[in-house]
Design a binder for this molecule. Structure first.
Ligand code: ATP
Ligand code: ZN
Length: 299
């Protein structure tokens, strides 16, 4: 078993998860020099190493305790988990947090000219996918007999090449499907990026740095959806204004120099703020309304 004093985090080397993973680590205050061909980045200000790998390897690196944490899509994670279970292994990991990024879904799509009434229309078809375990589980649940063609990339061209009658692949906007004359017919799972950790107990010093990092991750996620709002309002409307602000913490109310009947209100919203809320505040008598992003939060 590999032992290191530095906390090791696996993230995708390049691709759809990479940018968001780097951004999250940066926002957690981890300082490192990113160089394009590096496979391991040493943080300069904390005992943390970042391993840059293919996303498919991240669940195994964490489950096998090579890395302590990893950032990966639920799609890959669930497929690897099922693969392990199907092979009698214990998938040894915990999801620490969903990261609300890299959202997509694993869906079945058929050529536009193929009739699809319900999932029973898949009976007897050849379905191409890179997710054979998730697809097999779904087919078993639905009691459908279909042939799974396991291919690792460019799944969407399999029907045009005559290799398959349908596909089961990741979709986000649906543009790739459209370009290949495929229609999405059924969603197996919704997916987003998640932070995972090994279940193994870490040495004290590593456990400490992990707790610090996880607390910062929570702070970053909370700050991302929170806003700081400031406005001026008539004292007599304060109760009405408060009722327009669900999900807001206790407001700070301050006097305005030389003005008796109006006050300044500062409040944090943990749920995001829409234009509609700002418009309603204005209608209820507020003015000078400012909505600011929050960079860090800790309670
Ligand atoms: P790698 O070289 O790391 O194996 P990859 O080609 O398998 O890269 P990407 O295409 O970069 O992977 O996608 C990485 C992850 O991004 C996916 O596993 C999924 O969680 C997420 N994702 C979000 N939207 C999409 C999409 N439209 N197509 C594919 N993946 C998506
Ligand atoms: Zn991959």
């Amino acid at each position: 078993m590999l032992q290191t004093e530095r906390l090791r985090i696996a993230i995708q080397k390049s691709g759809r998860l990479h940018e968001n993973s780097i951004e999250l680590l940066n926002r957690c205050g981890i300082k490192f020099h990113f160089s394009k061909n590096a496979l391991l980045l040493h943080a300069e200000n904390l005992p943390i190493d970042i391993l840059l790998v293919r996303d498919d390897d991240i669940p195994t690196l964490v489950m096998d305790d090579i890395c302590d944490l990893g950032i990966v899509g639920e799609n890959i994670l669930l497929e690897k988990k099922l693969y392990k279970l199907n092979n009698g292994d214990n998938p040894n990991f915990t999801i620490v947090n969903k990261l609300d990024s890299s959202r997509c879904r694993l869906a079945i799509a058929v050529p536009e000219d193929r009739e699809f009434i319900d999932v029973s229309s898949l009976q007897g078809l050849r379905i191409a996918t890179s997710y054979p375990n998730l697809l097999q589980q779904f087919l078993d649940e639905q009691q459908i007999n279909a042939e799974i063609l396991n291919i690792s990339g460019s799944v969407e061209i399999a029907p045009r090449l005559g290799m398959a009658d349908a596909i089961c692949d990741l979709v986000s906007t649906g543009r790739t499907l459209e370009e290949n004359n495929l229609t999405e017919v059924y969603t197996l799972i919704q997916s987003q990026a998640v932070l995972i950790q090994t279940n193994k107990k870490l040495k004290d010093n590593k456990e400490k740095i992990k707790s610090l990092l996880l607390q910062r991750v929570l702070g970053v996620l909370k700050a991302k959806e929170s806003k700081y709002i400031m406005f001026h309002a008539p004292k007599k409307s304060l109760n009405d204004l408060k009722s327009l602000l669900p999900g807001f913490e206790t407001p700070t109310i301050m006097p305005l120099e030389g003005i008796q009947d109006r006050v300044a209100v500062h409040v944090v919203s943990t749920e995001g703020v829409f234009w509609e809320t700002v418009e309603k505040l204005k209608q209820a008598g507020a003015n000078s309304i400012l909505v600011l992003p929050i960079e860090k939060m800790m309670n």
